[in-house]
Design a protein around this ligand. Structure first.
Ligand code: COA
Length: 271
């Protein structure tokens, strides 16, 4: 058992497995089989702790976030039972950032959502906070909060329009309708769709490709692409030029170029 796996040993709802499929890739699995993997306070706290441990672990290159197949879902949203007796003061407290959505988005390593089943409400928002979304064709996605008399509160009103455009985001958020993974891929809510049997090949194939790169450069690339939805185009291009120039101070830039000319695999130093 690795140190990282030991972190989740006594957890109730979250487990981490390291390098099972690909070296350097951590799989974080949410498991609440009786509640379709819905996010309760415990799950949120355990996800927070495992993400902090991943951030501190130099061997973790890529994260795959998934729902336990026993729960028959990716994540069926926030645990609705926690909402009934909550007033605005408690909810404001619970909404204080950083929450799991911000922690996933701000993790320095890439995070792939392995959408093995329904990704609804907070589950859809969690997927949106990931860097890439790969979904099985059995999955359904949506923001059904409006049916409960609320709106998405985990970033969905902001991230969804950036992914799919304002019209499609309005359609999903105002109707609460669920769409299947094929349609989600068509509108840009998921990036790859495949059969459930092919899901691991797709997810870990992508994770392997990312994990073979310099961790420093992965972090710069993630930061630069995220800036595209945070800055206007001129500022974003200026920021990209700055990050690009900073990489010219790294050993990995020279190593990548030397390896290309010497026709060998690069040996990254992460600096
Ligand atoms: N919070 C708490 N419990 C949930 C839940 C959630 N978000 N989603 C599912 N569950 C529970 C159900 O209450 C049920 O519990 P029970 O067995 O004690 O009755 C169990 O998980 C199984 O759910 P069920 O609805 O019977 O399964 P299904 O296969 O028929 O449907 C879903 C699956 C995901 C489509 C359906 O459960 C659903 O619509 N969930 C709510 C989604 C939602 O509105 N999310 C946004 C929350 S803000």
């Amino acid at each position: 058992m690795t140190d990282l796996e030991a972190v989740t040993e006594d957890f109730e709802t979250v487990s981490a497995t390291v390098g099972d499929e690909v070296e350097g890739v951590v799989t974080v699995t949410l498991s609440r089989p009786d509640a379709r993997n819905a996010l309760n306070a415990r799950a949120r706290s355990e996800i927070t702790d495992v993400l902090a441990a991943i951030e501190d672990d130099e061997a973790s290159r890529v994260v795959v976030l998934t729902g336990d197949s026993e729960g028959k879902a990716f994540v069926a949203g926030a645990d609705i039972t926690e909402f009934r007796d909550r007033g605005p003061i408690e909810q404001r407290e619970a909404s204080k950032r950083p929450r799991i959505y911000e922690r996933v988005a701000n993790l320095s390593v890439p995070v792939i959502a392995r959408i093995n089943g329904h990704a609804l409400g907070g589950g859809c928002e969690l997927a949106q906070a990931c860097d890439v979304r790969v979904a099985a064709d059995v999955a359904k996605l949506g923001q059904p909060e409006i049916n409960l008399g609320i709106i998405p509160g985990g970033g969905g009103t902001q991230r969804l329009p950036r992914l799919v455009g304002e019209g499609q985001a309005m359609r999903l958020i105002l109707s609460g309708d669920l769409i299947d993974a094929e349609e989600a891929a068509k509108i840009g809510l998921v990036d790859i769709v495949c059969s459930l049997d092919e899901l691991d090949d797709e997810v870990y194939g992508l994770a392997k490709s990312m994990a073979s790169k310099s961790p420093t450069v992965l972090e710069f690339a993630k930061t630069a692409v995220q800036a595209s939805s945070q800055m206007d185009i001129d500022d974003g291009i200026e920021y990209e030029a700055e990050l690009f120039s900073q990489l010219f101070a790294t050993a990995d830039k020279n190593e990548g170029i030397d390896a290309f000319f010497e026709d060998r695999d690069p040996e990254w130093q992460a600096k």
